[in-house]
Design a protein. Sequence first.
Length: 198
Amino acid sequence: MKVVVYMTQNDRFLVFAAVVVESLVNLDKIIPAIKKNLPKKKKLAEIKFSTTGEKTKIKVLNEISKRRLKLFILVVDKQGRKIQDSPDNYSFLISTLLNKVFAKYPTVSHIIIDRHFTWVTQREKFNDLVQKELKKQLFLEHLDSQQNTIVSLPDFIAGSERIAHSKNEPKYVQIINKQVEKRIITTWRNLKRKKVKV
């Protein structure tokens, strides 16, 4: 089994989405097919939840809803706190979500993560911290969504969840709700205290 993870945020919320799937075959065709059908004046270098219109968001989410994908979501209310963008914090948050994935799907071995850090040393430190936290040897692959459009799928899931919480707009989340196997909603303070029961 494989997992693809993406993170999005705004001033108040950090949202992580993990897509669990048996095979990645044909998932990389969803975004290009939708992009090909966009009007010529709307051609974008990359289709992302934050840069596309409502119709495109709904098309992508409808395609996701037709697939046999299992979704895991972590929503963190920052409560006005500044969370340093570091391998330590990023690995802690990703591991929190992946712990729930592994509880249900212990055979996951390949994890694709949206490339978050520029420096190889940051990615290596992140990889070490995640494997230490999860107590597993994993194949962790950091990909840019422009290189591999599979990374865009959890972007649309995370974006939908962020809009549902920040703008109280559930219409996007409702499209994929049946596929959500675990949704964790917590605060940064509770996570850091590790008192949260997720």
